[in-house]
Design a protein around this ligand. Structure first.
Ligand SMILES: [Zn+2]
Length: 60
């Protein structure tokens, strides 16, 4: 029997705002309507939230 040792790389996601790659376990994630958005931190989450509010205003 072959003992297969797989190197499991931590799953990484890109921050929605600054596009920095971060391990999924460290990411701040927010469930949007039909997908999950990831951020490296609350600072980026704040930025994203403000951007979203602005674009919603514009699309009215
Ligand atoms: Zn970020």
């Amino acid at each position: 029997m072959i003992d297969q040792k797989k190197i499991i790389e931590p799953e990484k996601v890109a921050c929605e705002v600054c596009l920095k790659e971060i391990p999924i376990s460290e990411a701040t994630s927010v469930k949007a309507t039909d997908y999950i958005v990831y951020y490296c931190g609350l600072e980026c989450y704040d930025k994203w939230k403000k951007q979203k509010e602005v674009s919603q205003e514009e699309s009215k």
